[in-house]
Ligand binder design. Structure first.
Ligand code: EPU
Length: 344
């Protein structure tokens, strides 16, 4: 019988799913050997496994990106260029930058996952997105075996989006990411809760460490720790709708939080929509909607990916029926035809 590998500790949802093959790589040399060895197999590349939902056994090779290293590669009077291996843990990297007084990542503290996944979906929190600090990245082009460089424009960043989730999906393996960090901190504390957290601690002249601590405290108060309760952060994206539809909805739901995107578009808070539909804390079997943040789905233990997928379908249907809005998943469902890279 074919041996299989358990992926439970490789995904933050803690889903007990198997893969036919599982291999780590921490050098380009190893990566190339593995791609050759498993030629013809379906391929899934994972980092921290913090944005995936495994809904079935994976019949193929799971490659665990373990490319490490953090390096200050250049500096001028105002900025630092810092390169980090894709397999570095995101939060540890952020803390390393804060210790060195390299400013810009403090609002992105405590986000689960790896450095390599951060540009994929342009991670963001508390008013900052990767695109604000991104400089370049290097990625392995699977079909040609070449290493390609991507600058900011080439990544085509948008809200929780990049070219690697769209036109170039499945074609590249990110090897390292270079960030442009600042010598002069430009703190972004306007996000309500950060200001309050700093005030509560009597901090009037915050450092990047203070902001990081405030963000950590806010996240810990709302978001479940994946080590304690399986989850993948926000399960859905915040929907962007036409202003005309928003104005109609606002007549019925005057309290609805909203953010202007452009003259014609408005972003809504999916967490509020779900809570207001009465689903916050809703539990079905071993999974449910988190009690403190309705945008997060949780595995209470022993849930299958299929159960969580069904729960998310129920939520999508409810939100569609109540508001006429289609929620889009932020988490990658696996396997799906799009998320599997089939090697030539
Ligand atoms: N809200 C509710 N009920 C809820 C959750 C939220 O009413 O159950 C309301 C809040 O009161 C607030 C608004 O919705 O008025 C926005 O909530 P919050 O500030 O908690 O942020 P979010 O929009 O739910 C987004 C990101 C998070 C990020 C936070 C903070 C997305 C999909 N999610 O969540 O990112 O940490 O903002 O910046 O954009 C992630 O992507 O995994 C993630 C955690």
């Amino acid at each position: 019988m074919q041996q299989s590998y358990n992926l439970k500790s490789y995904n933050t949802f803690g889903i007990d799913a198997s893969a036919t093959y599982l291999e780590p790589f921490s050098s380009i040399d190893t990566l190339e050997k593995l791609l050759k060895k498993y030629e013809g197999k379906a391929l899934l590349v994972i980092g921290g496994g913090s944005n995936i939902l495994l809904t079935a056994p994976f019949d193929g090779l799971v490659l665990h990106n373990c490319m490490k290293g953090i390096e200050l590669i250049e500096e001028d009077e105002t900025s630092y260029l810092v390169r980090a291996g894709a397999g570095e843990n995101w939060h540890e990297f952020v803390l390393h930058c804060i210790e060195n007084n390299w400013a810009g990542l403090e609002n992105l503290s405590l986000i689960p996952g790896s450095v390599g996944a951060s540009p994929m979906q342009n991670i963001g929190a508390y008013g900052v997105e990767i695109k604000d600090v991104f400089h370049t990245l290097e990625a392995y082009h699977i079909s040609s075996g070449e290493i390609h460089h991507f600058n900011h424009a080439q990544c085509q960043f948008a809200y929780r989006e990049s070219v690697f989730k769209r036109a170039l999906k499945g074609q590249y393996i990110i090897l390292n990411v270079t960030f442009k960090l600042s010598k002069i901190a430009q703190l972004k504390t306007t996000y309500g809760a950060i200001k309050e957290a700093l005030q509560d601690n009597g901090i009037t002249q915050p450092t990047i460490k203070d902001v990081s601590n405030a963000v950590i405290a806010i996240r810990q108060s709302k978001l479940p720790d994946p080590k304690v309760l399986g989850n993948a952060g926000s399960f859905f994206k915040n929907p962007v709708i036409d202003r005309s539809q928003f104005e109609q909805l606002q007549k019925e739901f005057a309290q609805m939080p909203h953010y202007d995107v452009s003259d014609t578009e408005v972003k809504l808070a999916a967490g509020w929509l779900i809570e207001n539909a009465g689903l916050k804390g809703f539990r079905k079997g071993n999974c449910g909607v988190h009690q403190k943040q309705a945008l997060v789905l949780v595995n209470y233990g022993g849930s299958t990916g299929q159960e969580i997928l069904e729960l998310s379908n129920n939520i999508i249907e409810n939100i569609q029926a109540k508001y006429g809005i289609s929620l889009e998943r932020e988490v990658n469902i696996i396997p799906s035809n799009e998320s599997i890279i089939q090697l030539a």
